[in-house]
Design a binder for this molecule. Structure first.
Ligand SMILES: *Cc1c(COP(=O)(O)O)cnc(C)c1O
Length: 218
């Protein structure tokens, strides 16, 4: 099947409230353009430089999502255009995004990444770090970022029960936070990739990040 066919068959089967991020990392611009021509406007990348190069070359109505781990010293390269940063996993990074957004006279939407997997290697905040971040005065005073939700990645495993447990946990952290805090735009729960997005949606995901099922293996 073509990229356009893959895209449309996934899109047509998503519930209405679930947003599709087409993860185009490592793929060339013509592949992305095929998805664009088929109607896709949200693309996810995991390297800032690659995302900036594609942004320059492609139509300006695309929303670029940064889904990977972000190095603080590279935030300035995406601050002019990025539409959502999924992987905010430290206060230091959030401060830098706020600073660079201010320089660009923008407000940048962010998701806080929560560590839900068993693997040590996956980035993210634990719940204590999350609480102390949300409750700090410094956070309250940041005017150029907006926390619109949470993101998480499940353990890389075939064990569906384990994945389900991790997604369910993230959903409950999300629910707690949205009831506890008066965050006005807190509505996005980014969880689910090619291998586990159906399960993620069952567990309450509102945004799925799908790469290989659209663009082929990397
Ligand atoms: C690469 C990547 C994806 C997409 O993975 P696929 O298995 O190709 O769908 C989703 N989320 C993140 C954070 C990624 O790095």
């Amino acid at each position: 099947m073509s990229i356009a066919q893959n895209l449309l068959s996934i899109k047509n089967n998503l519930p209405e409230q679930v947003t599709l991020v087409a993860v185009s990392k490592t793929k060339p611009v013509p592949d992305l353009m095929e998805a664009y021509e088929a109607g896709q406007r949200i693309f996810g990348e995991n390297k800032i430089q690659e995302m900036a190069e594609k942004w320059e070359q492609m139509p300006k109505d695309i929303q670029w999502h940064m889904i990977g781990h972000v190095q603080t010293n590279k935030v300035k390269f995406m601050a002019p255009f990025v539409s959502l940063v999924h992987g905010v996993d430290s206060f230091k990074l959030l401060k830098e995004i706020n600073k660079q957004a201010a320089k660009n006279e923008r407000v940048i939407d962010c998701l806080l990444q929560i560590h839900i997997a068993e693997e040590e290697t996956k980035f993210g905040l634990d719940e204590l770090e999350l609480d102390s971040l949300m409750e700090s005065n410094e956070f309250q005073e940041m005017k150029n970022i907006r926390i619109v939700g949470l993101m998480g990645m499940a353990t890389f495993t075939d064990n569906q029960n384990q994945i389900k447990k991790e997604f369910t946990h993230l959903k409950s952290v999300f629910n707690n936070l949205s009831s506890k805090n008066e965050l006005q735009h807190f509505s996005t729960l980014s969880m689910g990739m090619s291998g586990d997005f159906k399960l993620a949606i069952e567990c309450g995901s509102t945004m799925v990040r799908i790469g290989s099922s659209i663009f082929g293996t990397r």
